[in-house]
Design a protein around this ligand. Structure first.
Ligand code: XBP
Ligand code: MG
Length: 236
């Protein structure tokens, strides 16, 4: 089947955003008077849980506390506000090679999608800050966060992105950074261009999962297909 779309993950893929998320979480915890502070090792472990609200609930449970859904939601709202403010201040740039990959896809007439666990406000802040455009000006379809019942590694958010793009899984390639993201893409039937990020470098990726150190290694559609073995061929 001909390649018709590329679907990008956000956090750790478009940009190295998880350190900014971690800072925003900690600032929200401090503002709420919680004695929680996530250091890098704790956050790396908690990142196995996708979704900021789910991550905070897991931390509460790990501490033997009963997570209160309303309190978690309020914390997450404040954290998202803080994250957006730091993103607007220019805290993050696109990962090397991402702008080129987007341009390559556009030049080949491919459709562009997003499939992410984070929320739409965070996506809009990232695209605005790093590309100076609105999300809908860059991407044809977005599937995000709480739009699906089951977050990554469940396939739901990729299936929603495929549906909104109007393409089948065998005509699309996912671009991911983490084991949860790879699992979600593969469960949805997509091949995956995998480049581990700072926080996912130690994920227990399957030994045979092809991966690249940097997205700038993909300069042509031939490179893209070479790094994502499977049946599809580049758009003619
Ligand atoms: C990574 C996630 C998100 C972010 C935090 O998403 O799991 O939860 O860590 O963002 P991606 P929220 O699928 O883009 O790698 O607090 O908005 O969840
Ligand atoms: Mg990711």
């Amino acid at each position: 089947m001909t390649l018709r779309a590329i679907i990008f993950d956000v956090d750790g893929t478009l940009a190295e955003t998880e350190e900014l998320h971690r800072i925003a979480f900690n600032d929200a915890f401090t503002a709420a008077g919680l004695g929680w502070q996530w250091d890098r090792d704790t956050y790396r472990r908690l990142l196995r849980v996708t979704g900021g609200k789910e991550r905070m609930a897991r931390h509460a449970a790990d501490l033997g506390q009963t997570p209160d859904a309303d309190a978690i939601a309020a914390l997450h709202h404040d954290k998202t506000r803080r994250y957006g403010a730091m993103m607007d201040a220019g805290a993050v740039a696109l990962r090397p090679g991402i702008a080129g990959l987007i341009a390559l896809a556009r030049g080949a007439g491919l459709r562009l999608g997003i499939a992410t666990t984070t929320s739409r406000p965070n996506i809009d802040a990232l695209v605005r800050a790093t590309m100076g455009q609105s999300t809908d000006d860059v991407f044809d379809a977005v599937a995000a966060g709480d739009e699906v019942a089951a977050k990554k590694p469940a396939p739901d958010v990729y299936l929603l992105a495929l549906d909104r793009l109007g393409v089948g899984p065998d005509a699309a390639i996912a671009v991911e950074d983490s084991l949860n993201g790879l699992g979600a893409a593969q469960a949805a039937g997509l091949r995956c261009l995998l480049s581990p990020s700072v926080y996912s470098a130690d994920d227990a990726f399957p030994g045979d999962a092809p991966r690249i150190a940097c997205f700038s290694q993909v300069a042509t559609l031939g490179d893209l297909v070479r790094h994502t073995p499977g049946p599809a061929v580049p758009a003619m």
